[in-house]
Ligand binder design. Structure first.
Ligand code: FES
Length: 105
């Protein structure tokens, strides 16, 4: 499945994800700038903050309780479409997922 990521520098990157890999892992693996992912996906840093595009919100699903709490500590403004990208697992259903990487992590 493909992910379309918009970086804070304004560039758009379309990358191929492995099914089961997180959006964070995939972005880091492809060298997409903007995600820090300090904790490596352990849900303890909130430095993998992204905004899911409105058209993909339903497919991406909502944040679980703990992720939701962590999002309150994110550096960039929290929005209704905020997610921590290490908690979004790629599947064929999510092909074409579009996210914008939050400007500050
Ligand atoms: Fe740390 Fe996502 S990488 S919470």
């Amino acid at each position: 499945p493909k992910i379309i990521l918009r970086s804070p520098d304004g560039n758009t990157h379309t990358v191929d994800a492995r099914v089961g890999a997180s959006v964070m892992e995939t972005a880091v693996k492809h060298g997409v700038p903007g995600i820090v992912a300090e904790c490596g996906g352990a849900l303890s840093c909130a430095t993998c903050h992204v905004y899911v595009s409105d058209s993909c919100l339903e497919r991406a699903g909502a944040a679980e309780d703990f992720e939701d709490e962590m999002l309150d500590d994110a550096t960039s403004e929290r929005r209704p479409n905020s997610r921590l990208s290490c908690q979004i697992r790629m599947s064929d259903e999510l092909d074409g997922l579009e996210v914008e990487i939050a400007p500050e992590q």
